[in-house]
Write a protein that binds this ligand. Sequence first.
Ligand SMILES: [Zn+2]
Length: 386
Amino acid sequence: MTDEMVHPNCVSRGNVYGCPHCHVRIATWQSQTDATCPWCNTQLLRSDTTHSDSLPECLMPFTVSREQAVAALHRYAGKTLFAPDAFEAHVERAQAVFVPFWIVNAKAIGSVALLGHIALRRSRTYYAARRAGRKSFADLSVTASTHMSDTHLDSVGPYSIDDPQPFSGDRVGDVATELPSKTALSAADQVKALARESVYRSLLNSTLYSEYNQHSGWFAIGLDETVERHEEARVTRQRLFAMPAWILHCTWEGKDLLFAVNGQNGKCVGNLPLDNLKITIAELFAFFVGLGLVMLMAGMLMLTYLSDPKEQAEALLIPLSVGIGVGVVCAHAARARIMMQTQTAVETSHDDRAQGTHTFVPTIRWDSKPSHTIEEARQQLRDSER
Ligand SMILES: [Zn+2]
């Protein structure tokens, strides 16, 4: 960490607190000293400023009030009937926090030389390709929070960064500001690695494609070998933002549950606690619905085609076993549906970061003539260097 990477407005006037349990560092301008950690409810302790404690440069104000955040959490929990009622008792304790994110712009250039083939029925045609291009990235967000991972950030986002306000103690009022756990340098390294990989993927994608041929049907171009590969990336702008969030921490049956509400749009994230009794009731209900439907249909057929009550009773054994099978499938489906509804929020992830935009500009696009062997294609690649 070099000194010039620290933003000039280091923590000096506000008070810095540290959580002895989860080690989050928080700056606050409020006068009372009995604050608790928004992430784990542990009593915060006064701590010293360290040279890496840079304050955010920009602040996005809260547009979601406490009442609205609590209402959003109620709605989120109410989406499914399977969250235990005890969760409701915690909802009122949601705390406002400014969460630190790095917002980064970057540029990357890259070039590749490839050997590939086109498979057409049983024949293969080999080719060589050179590609170069540049890609620019705007407003990529990288978390600097101890507790909010990039995946959480993608789930609770997108955050708007239009019209940011300069960060100041007056503006945050009595809202706690989480200090960044990730330095500018490591956030920049993360973005540069992402930019290099992304420009490489764009170059590859510009050689790999599928096409429909009238005579032979679909064919695909496959990659055999990356002969050369080079990428470079640099960060062109980097700012530390304080993003508004409502955080709710509660424990349920010994498990820590964490919920976040986007302070700009009220979007919620967090895995809901599940009430096993309620799930079992739902599974039993689904089981009997499945079984009942099969038996009802079978019964109607029996009454139409069989008149002897003994024959009817014997014939019902087959639909009974089929019905039990269908019931079990229904019960499993019900459980899977409930799990999906309550557990998806934080588990979605993206190849490219959801937030931020990027544009790819190709600068070199060269393809060899089709060859019968990969060596012939390789020779064409060598010749193209001269
Ligand atoms: Zn804590």
